[in-house]
Structures are given as C-alpha cells and as structure tokens.
Ligand binder design. Structure first.
Ligand SMILES: *Cc1c(COP(=O)(O)O)cnc(C)c1O
Length: 367
C-alpha cells in the first residue's frame, strides 16, 4: 500500500487565520444564522462574480433545487436525464412531480436534445437538464423546445460554477440554474448552494420558503421548510471566493498534465472542453471503452495503490433501488447514459493535486 491515500477530490480551504478573522465578529454580534451579514455579503459577492440578476442562497444545492421547483409551482412531468447525481431526480420526486427520462448524447453527456420532444405530453411542465462535468447543455435547442411548448427550464448547474460560454455566465441560462457549494465542489461553503433565476418576483417566495414560509412576524403565506445558509458557512464562502481564480488555475495545470499524458491512447476517451467555454476544471472524467483494462479494472488497479477514483455517475438514477418497479424508471430506456455510466471513471482532480501524482496515476493506467 502506498503512503497517504489520494482521493478523487480534496476540499480547498483558506488559511486558518483568514477564516478566523472572517468569523471573529460573530462572537460580538451573536448573529449566527437567519440571513445575517455574512449571508448577505456572500449573496452580493456571488451575484457580481456570476454576473447574474438574482441569486438566493440555501443550505445546500439539493434544497435550492427543491425550493425553485416549489417556488415555480410546478406539478406534473419534468423531462430530465438520469446521468446525474442522486439529487436531481430525487428533487423532482420529492416535490411531487414525475421525472421523465431522456437519454444523453455520447459527446458531452448532457441531455440529447433530439430526444426531448417525443417525450412531451400534456402533463409536461418543465425540462430539468444537467450540465455534466462542466459541459454545458445545448442551451439554444432546449430554449427553442421550451418556447414551443411553454415549458420552464431549470438547469442543474452544480458542475458549472463560474463558467461562461462566449462571455455569458452559466447562471443565466433557462429560467433558473442551481449551484452546489458542497465541500467537494470547485467553490464551496462547506455545505451550501444557490439558485439563480430570471424572474425577479421569485425572490420573496424563495426567501420565505427557506425560512418556514414565514414572510413577517404574523404572516406565513407558504408551507416552507428550513434551508438557510448559516453565517459560518457563508464566511467560508467569502474566504474561498477570494482565492477561487488561483484554485481554478491550479486545477487547469492538473487538467493539462492529464490531457498530455492520456491523449491519443486507443480505447481511452477524454472529455473535450467545449468551444467558447471558460472551464472551471472541476472534473477529469475518462471513458474506458475498448481499452485493455475495463473501467472497473482501472478503478481496482488505482485502489490497490491507495488512489481512490470515482465511478461518477454510476449507477444512473433510473436504476436506483428506491425506484425499482416504478413505471418509467428503466435504465434500458436510456442506453447511452447506461453505457457511459458503466465505462466512465473520474480521476482525482483538485487544486492541490501534485503534478507528480498525476504522472503516477497516468503511468499506472498506461502500464
Ligand atoms: C453536488 C451536486 C448536487 C447536490 O448538491 P448538494 O449541495 O450536495 O446538495 C446536485 N447535482 C449535481 C450534478 C451535483 O454534482
């Protein structure tokens, strides 16, 4: 066994002293949550960073997604794809809607826009596509379909924080975009998340929903929950945001080294950054298809050297145990997603990953 394990990801953190000075005033104010000064400041700074008209913070990305579905008043079928994290599909189901699974395309693993329209019925209310590994969906095609059929579009943008395409922020596509600030993400607040949205009138509703539906001391217009981002998490976000560009630059170097070592190997397919996209280098997925080792063999080989890659996303969400036997949840209905899920491995990718470790990982794969 090799020395210290290398995990698929490792959280970025500010200097201890920087975080301490960020939270010091909380010992004076004793204002620890309920949209305090750190929360409000982070909201303001993220709005600027993402260059977006409206943003509301949440305890995590998942609750941001549940709350935007609720705030939009969606009831019915929502077209989505199963090549995603558990959160996307569960949010639809937990909000009382029905996910309708569309396959993905084999090029960038986002929803296959040629397969959306046949799935639309009179019950369809929205499309909830996922930007995968930093690859943006076919925004224009999805917008055209949504316009034709009067559907809402909510993006799961957890993988595209800070990305732009042709200068446009990934926060500004569709009616809304959800971001996750989980500890494993490019930008994090330990736990946290946000939704960005076009319709200003959703702001009050979202703020009420995340605070038990309470609008004023004697006014409770909504059946809300509790999804407020606390001051300690917001403070971590304020610190991390200061260092984000540097962290992304370090990720870019890791990405470039992987690319130069694994490019052009038969049976190994690497993810291409899309034209015009300013990437955040969040993930390094590799498709092992026709390579001399299968995906699972590569996973085991790396694990034997204490390098923990991640089968991500696997299994696809329409194959989850909790949905077994429910009509519409059938992995064979999305064969491309199933195939990619069975052949993809996300290699370790984080800002502090040393280039010599990248070389070691690649030589293990190539031996
Ligand atoms: C991380 C992630 C989520 C969930 O975000 P949390 O902040 O952990 O709740 C949802 N969708 C995708 C694609 C993710 O990667």
């Amino acid at each position: 066994m090799n020395q210290t394990p290398i995990n698929v990801t490792r959280s970025s953190m500010p200097d201890f002293e920087e975080y301490c000075s960020e939270i010091r005033e909380l010992w004076d104010t004793r204002f620890l949550t309920n949209m305090g000064s750190k929360h409000l400041q982070l909201e303001k700074e993220l709005k600027t960073y993402l260059n977006t008209p409206n943003i509301t913070l949440f305890t995590n990305g998942h609750l941001a997604l549940e709350n935007i579905i609720t705030a939009m008043g969606l009831h019915g079928e929502i077209i989505t794809s199963p090549f995603t994290f558990a959160s996307t599909t569960h949010a639809i189901v937990r909000c009382g809607c029905t996910p309708v699974f569309c396959d993905i395309n084999p090029v960038d693993y986002t929803i296959d826009v040629t397969k959306i329209e046949p799935l639309i019925t009179e019950k369809t209310v929205a499309i909830l596509p996922i930007h995968v590994y930093g690859n943006l969906c076919d925004i224009e095609a999805i917008e055209a379909i949504a316009k034709r059929h009067s559907l809402k579009v909510i993006y799961d943008a957890a993988h595209t924080f800070g990305e732009t395409r042709n200068g446009i922020s990934s926060a500004n596509f569709g009616d809304a975009s959800m971001f996750s600030f989980h500890a494993t993400k490019v930008f994090h607040t330990i736990e946290g998340g946000a939704v960005c949205y076009a319709d200003d009138t959703l702001k009050t509703k979202l703020n009420d929903l995340k605070n038990f539906g309470i609008h004023g001391p004697e006014s409770v217009p909504d059946v809300g929950g509790n999804a407020k981002l606390n001051e300690f998490c917001a403070a971590m976000g304020l610190c991390n945001l200061r260092h984000l560009e540097g962290e992304i630059e370090k990720r870019r170097q890791v990405y470039d080294r992987y690319l130069s070592l694994l490019s052009g190997v038969s049976g190994i397919r690497l993810n291409q950054i899309q034209p015009g996209v300013h990437s955040n280098y969040g993930y390094f997925p590799v498709v092992f298809d026709g390579y001399r080792y299968s995906r699972d063999e590569v996973f085991d080989l790396l694990a034997s050297e204490n390098i923990i890659a991640r089968k991500y996303f696997y299994p696809i969400t329409n194959a989850f145990d909790c949905y077994k036997g429910i009509p519409g949840f059938d992995p064979s209905s999305t064969p491309v997603a199933r195939h990619i899920a069975e052949h993809t491995l996300c290699l370790p990718m984080f800002a502090d990953l040393s280039l010599s470790d990248v070389e070691r990982i690649c030589s293990l794969i190539l031996r």
